[in-house]
Design a protein around this ligand. Structure first.
Ligand SMILES: [Fe+2]
Length: 135
């Protein structure tokens, strides 16, 4: 079962970043499936770790592009990356502290945040970078 379906509308037009977005969507779906299948704390924790690690790696890649090409919305976007990372970190802490319930609410948050983030913020840098000759 899939919670978050990749569609072409999510393409930002930079191959490396589109692949990373697909991987992130895959990890959100993996967490969703593990939750639905009633997997235990260890499995969920390891997927959460992978998700957080990949989120950091992905934002790091985007931020490298922002710096390299002097992207105008750099600071705004970095702030939004940090807010999201902190929310996931907080959730992971709660989970490790024993609140091992992964809710549909959290899954919807992850899905909606990433979907909106790609369609609104990431599209802007996609256009900007494409104009600089980055694909
Ligand atoms: Fe992104």
């Amino acid at each position: 079962m899939v919670l978050f379906v990749w569609e072409d509308k999510y393409k930002v037009g930079i191959a490396e970043l589109d692949e990373q977005h697909k991987t992130l969507i895959g990890l959100i779906n993996k967490l969703y499936n593990a939750m639905k299948q009633g997997h235990g704390k260890d499995v969920l924790k390891s997927i959460l770790d992978d998700l957080l690690g990949y989120v950091k790696y992905h934002f790091g890649t985007e931020e490298k592009y922002f710096t390299k090409y002097n992207y105008i919305n750099k600071n705004e976007q970095i702030k939004s990356h940090n807010d999201f990372k902190n929310t996931v970190i907080e959730f992971k802490k709660k989970f490790e502290d024993g609140n091992t319930f992964i809710s549909t609410e959290l899954m919807n948050f992850l899905k909606n945040w990433l979907g909106t983030h790609i369609l609104e913020s990431d599209m802007k840098y996609g256009k900007f970078l494409n104009e600089k000759g980055v694909y």
